[in-house]
Design a protein around this ligand. Structure first.
Ligand code: ATP
Length: 300
């Protein structure tokens, strides 16, 4: 049973000041893009994880034990049904790790779908979304895919109509950035941030109108400043991508992946070529929106 789940980008990411529990209220618009992890679930007595890199992804930071979000997803699904079960999960990882592309959340969503099928549970969609929200703020969107508004801490997802054909140049960084560290830096830089983040009216209107120029103008990420403050070289990387791209450039989620938006495949591949010539080692081109976690192969 193999399930594919996509990386996410945030077209807009507005962050409010933290609640007493430390969680940050978000107003975000997610989009699933065509960089994928495939998760294969098979029967096993104990929890086991295997990870295979796809396209040169550095998988050294991916836990092979119960720290893996895909295993946590499986354990939560089993507990939800009162079952004492385990499985083997083999992850083909095409989503850069700790890059602000929510690869771990994609694996958790894929594991929920794969194990639900493997164990013949027929869990209702609403239950799966509820379990996903308990695993992490980005996991419900990884189930849903497409383009969606995210409220609460990002876990309250509402699908959005998006007829656009968006092309993303995806520039991973050599090192990862810790999401909690970036939020801590946000709090340090914005001690008086209001607890309600501003709503993304301009971006929602641009999506509804299918207006690429307005969409590009409305892209925004509140975590870009804190991420650059933690890692100044990231500012240089953003400047390099801006110098080689005619269009909008922003940080993906909590970084350090840098994104450039293009309205055409040709535009994106041209930027990719220019960045490779400028010495950037790895540059992907991806399209969005694409589907959420879905079965790609049934075994047996
Ligand atoms: P976040 O979702 O926290 O914003 P991210 O998108 O930047 O994170 P991920 O690739 O999801 O990055 O991984 C963040 C960390 O989660 C990794 O450094 C790793 O320690 C841990 N992790 C747990 N399970 C996984 C998984 N299946 N794939 C990747 N990382 C995982």
């Amino acid at each position: 049973m193999t399930v594919r789940a996509a990386a996410k980008v945030n077209l807009v990411l507005s962050v409010g000041g933290p609640h007493p529990d430390g969680m940050h209220p978000l107003d975000t618009v997610y989009q699933a893009i065509s960089l994928y992890d495939d998760v294969r679930a098979s029967p096993a007595e104990e929890w086991e994880v295997g990870v295979t890199p796809v396209g040169g992804v550095d998988c050294s930071g991916v836990p092979l034990d119960e720290g893996n979000l895909a295993v946590r997803a499986g354990q939560l699904l089993a507990a939800h049904h009162g079952l004492d079960r385990a499985a083997r999960l083999d992850i083909d990882k095409g989503i850069p790790v700790a890059g602000g592309l929510a690869g771990g959340s994609a694996d958790a969503a894929a594991a929920l779908v794969a194990l639900d099928r493997l164990w013949h549970l027929r869990t209702p969609d609403d239950d799966l979304l509820g379990l996903a929200a308990r695993l992490g703020s980005d996991v419900p969107f990884a189930l849903l895919g497409g383009t969606a508004h995210g409220g609460g801490n990002g876990e309250q997802v509402t699908p959005l109509a998006d007829a656009g054909d968006h092309w993303w140049v995806v520039v991973p960084d050599e090192g990862g950035l810790s999401t909690p560290a970036v939020y801590r830096e946000y709090d340090r830089l914005h001690p008086d941030a209001p607890t309600t983040p501003p709503a993304s009216h301009a971006l929602l209107a641009a999506l509804a109108d299918g207006d690429h120029a307005a969409l590009a103008a409305a892209l925004h990420n509140d975590l870009e400043g804190p991420a650059v403050s933690l890692r100044p070289e990231l500012g240089e990387r953003l400047a390099l991508v801006r110098a080689h791209h005619e269009g909008a450039v922003l940080l993906s989620g909590s970084g350090p992946t840098v994104l450039a938006l293009s309205s055409t495949h040709e535009g994106a591949t041209q930027t990719r070529r220019a960045l490779l010539e400028a010495g950037v080692p790895v540059v992907h081109v991806a399209t969005g929106p694409v589907a959420g976690a879905h079965v790609v192969e049934l075994v047996g």
